[in-house]
Design a protein around this ligand. Structure first.
Ligand SMILES: [Zn+2]
Ligand SMILES: [Zn+2]
Ligand SMILES: [Zn+2]
Length: 162
């Protein structure tokens, strides 16, 4: 069977220059926000940078801590609103089962995704498999259900941790 899944986050394990990922994500975000007339304020940019600090998800509270380390003291709701903005701009994803956030490399494009979450090292790989997306929307149609953001989160062990 042919595989149509698009791997949007490579399963990196430290063996790469992550600053490239971070820089590219920021460049994409700036471009995307400009194109759509969205305001990428300096706080939102900082938050995006923090979420892109690694390929592991980060919780809202830790984002706040990181902001404080950088010398910012935004009120928690302000920081949380910045996270909400980035999620709605499709620049980051919220991983519900972990209550945490992760950067999305196909920034700005709304898509369904499947997250493969390593329970040992915390690494998250993102796949965007059209077959799964179609099956989900077929199911929803059958039920007369209107899904907002179908996301699948799969827990297990990554290749390196098996
Ligand atoms: Zn990286
Ligand atoms: Zn994504
Ligand atoms: Zn792992």
């Amino acid at each position: 069977m042919s595989r149509t899944a698009e791997l949007v986050i490579s399963p990196f394990h430290g063996e790469h220059d992550h600053s490239h990922c971070q820089t590219k994500a920021l460049e994409n975000a700036i471009e995307h926000c400009q194109a759509l007339g969205l305001k990428l304020t300096s706080l939102r940019k900082q938050v995006l940078e923090i979420v892109w600090g690694s390929h592991n998800p980060i919780g809202a509270y830790d984002v706040l801590q990181e902001l404080q380390k950088k010398g910012h003291k935004p009120a928690p709701p302000t920081a949380y609103r910045a996270l909400d903005f980035l999620v709605s701009a499709h620049l980051i994803h919220r991983i519900e089962s972990l209550n945490a956030f992760i950067g999305c490399p196909s920034s700005g494009i709304a898509h369904q995704c499947q997250f493969y979450i390593c329970t040992k090292c915390g690494h998250v790989a993102e796949l965007n498999d059209g077959k799964i997306a179609n099956a989900l929307s077929d199911g929803a149609n059958e039920l007369g259900f209107e899904s907002t953001q179908p996301v699948i989160e799969i827990h297990g062990l990554c290749r390196a941790c098996q």
